[in-house]
Design a protein around this ligand. Structure first.
Ligand SMILES: Cc1cc2nc3c(=O)[nH]c(=O)nc-3n(C[C@H](O)[C@H](O)[C@H](O)COP(=O)(O)OP(=O)(O)OC[C@H]3O[C@@H](n4cnc5c(N)ncnc54)[C@H](O)[C@@H]3O)c2cc1C
Length: 440
């Protein structure tokens, strides 16, 4: 039986695990209980694909490592256990005038997961990845060794653990540098733009003046409208006055678990067109509370079930700056011509701040992320076609979203992968790693 607590967000592939929980950061790893099987640390299962799965092995659930260790509100330095969720950190730090230095599009990820996938957010062009803000961490290895790792101490293990996909050991705690804010609001502007060329112009201009930038694109639009969408940009508000927007309370839950995907050609077309037209004016500006700005998808818990029991894929690629416009155009043309659209298609420019992580995904250029319902071979073929474009542009696919990348692509895109092996814990393995390092 597949234990549904230990699925990935895309609900594909299915995997069966023994699960063990880690309760105390000072306890040794339960190596005797794990026995001869391999194990893998597990955070909150918000990875889309198989980096958090270890079929036939053990998952070491780290969510109970959920304690704060130290927070200094005068310096904004926070030390906490690795199973603490970003949402829990925000509850502590926002009232004290601090914010996460980098956050992904959901707040329901653990600190350990954010480090192991070296996640990025809407401010990559300014702040780089989450790993750029980790001051130090503790790594617990299966032989009982504990290592404090930072840019000055056990540096090679530090670099291998940032974006290390959980393979170097269990992160028990980490210390992060936060960013100061004056209040919990964002000065947001949403701009409707007409095509891909406009996106690139707007993104380059906006990255100079805004900390956060991202675009939602209508991936079914073709011809002169190819790449059209809504460009969303913002900064932490300096001052607030007047009537403030509502702070959202409560969350909706996606009500059913349908056996098949509720997205089809018609619903996608309607959603994409209506979303593009959701505001009357070309530009809309105002204050917004930080949660709807950073985490619009968190408003509906369990939204991944809209794709039915076969699950879905997220395809996220990054392509270098000099090839970005042509490559993204080609990818969008290929998608639009198949009519296999995505509710959520997100486009953003990455900046050039490099992460210490050996296997980090971002590269200076552009990144595009799209969700596709799992329609078997047809979907896999489409993503193979998208791989061709990514490969030719010298880009790469994001491991934390992936469950189907071919080994030769991984090995070509992540040239440091062999170097990673020296730092891997011999008792740890994952579905992802076995798949992408298989001889092809
Ligand atoms: C709605 C949504 C939006 C998202 N938006 C973004 C985005 O904008 N940018 C982005 O980069 N990602 C994004 N993601 C992906 C998500 O941020 C990452 O996959 C994240 O790493 C998941 O963290 P988790 O705690 O759920 O970890 P899991 O998914 O459970 O595990 C992720 C990896 O971390 C390892 N790991 C977990 N805990 C530990 C530990 N204590 N020690 C060592 N290794 C550990 C696991 O072995 C695994 O390899 C999004 C996901 C969702 C569902």
């Amino acid at each position: 039986m597949t234990d549904k607590r230990y699925q990935s967000w895309g609900r594909y592939p299915a995997a069966e695990h023994e699960a063990l929980k880690l309760y105390w950061r000072d306890d040794p790893l339960p190596i005797d209980a794990i026995g001869k099987r391999s194990f893998l640390p597990f955070g909150n299962g918000r990875s889309y694909g198989d980096v958090c799965l270890n079929d036939g092995g053990t998952l070491l659930d780290c969510r109970e490592l959920n304690r704060f260790i130290h927070f200094d509100p005068s310096t904004g330095v926070l030390r906490c256990e690795a199973g603490v969720l970003l949402s829990e950190i925000l509850q502590l730090i926002v009232p004290a005038g601090w914010f996460l230095p980098v956050t992904p599009g959901t707040q329901f990820v653990t600190v350990g997961g954010a480090i192991a996938n070296d996640v990025h957010g809407k401010n990559h062009h300014r702040a780089g990845t989450f790993g750029c803000h980790v001051r130090c961490l503790e790594l617990l290895r299966s032989d009982g060794t504990r290592m404090q790792c930072s840019l000055d101490e056990n540096t090679e293990y530090f670099n291998a653990t940032i974006g290390g996909l959980g393979l170097t050991g269990v992160i028990t705690w980490a210390e992060i540098g936060l960013q100061h804010i004056n209040n919990p609001y964002i000065d947001q502007e949403i701009i409707r733009y007409r095509n891909l060329g406009e996106f690139f112009t707007l993104a380059r201009e906006s990255d100079k003046i805004c900390e956060y930038t991202v675009a939602w694109i209508d991936c079914l639009a073709k011809g002169d409208h190819l790449g059209r969408g809504l460009f969303i940009r913002g900064n932490h508000a300096q001052h607030i006055k007047g009537k403030l927007p509502k702070v959202p309370t409560g969350r909706m839950t996606f009500p059913i678990d349908p056996p098949f995907a509720l997205s089809n050609g018609l619903t996608l077309k309607m959603f994409n067109t209506l979303y593009y037209r959701k505001q009357w004016s070309e530009r809309k500006a105002g204050l917004v509370y930080y949660e709807p700005f950073f985490y619009p998808l968190d408003a509906v818990s369990g939204w991944n079930r809209v794709y039915g029991s076969k699950g879905f894929f997220q395809y996220q690629c990054a392509v270098p700056a000099d090839k970005a416009e042509d490559a993204i155009r080609e990818i969008l043309e290929r998608i639009a011509s198949t009519g296999v659209g995505s509710f959520l298609a997100v486009l953003k420019l990455f900046g050039d701040r490099l992460s210490p992580g050996l296997l980090s995904f971002p590269m200076p250029g552009a990144t595009l992320a799209l969700d596709f319902p799992n329609n078997g071979e047809k979907t896999l073929r489409l993503m193979d076609q998208l791989d061709e474009v990514t490969r030719e542009a010298g880009g790469r696919v994001n491991p934390s979203k992936d469950s189907r990348m071919h080994p030769k692509d991984f090995q070509q895109h992540y040239q440091n992968w062999k170097g990673m092996e020296a730092f891997m814990d011999p008792c740890i393995s994952s579905d992802f790693w076995r798949r992408v390092t298989a001889q092809s």
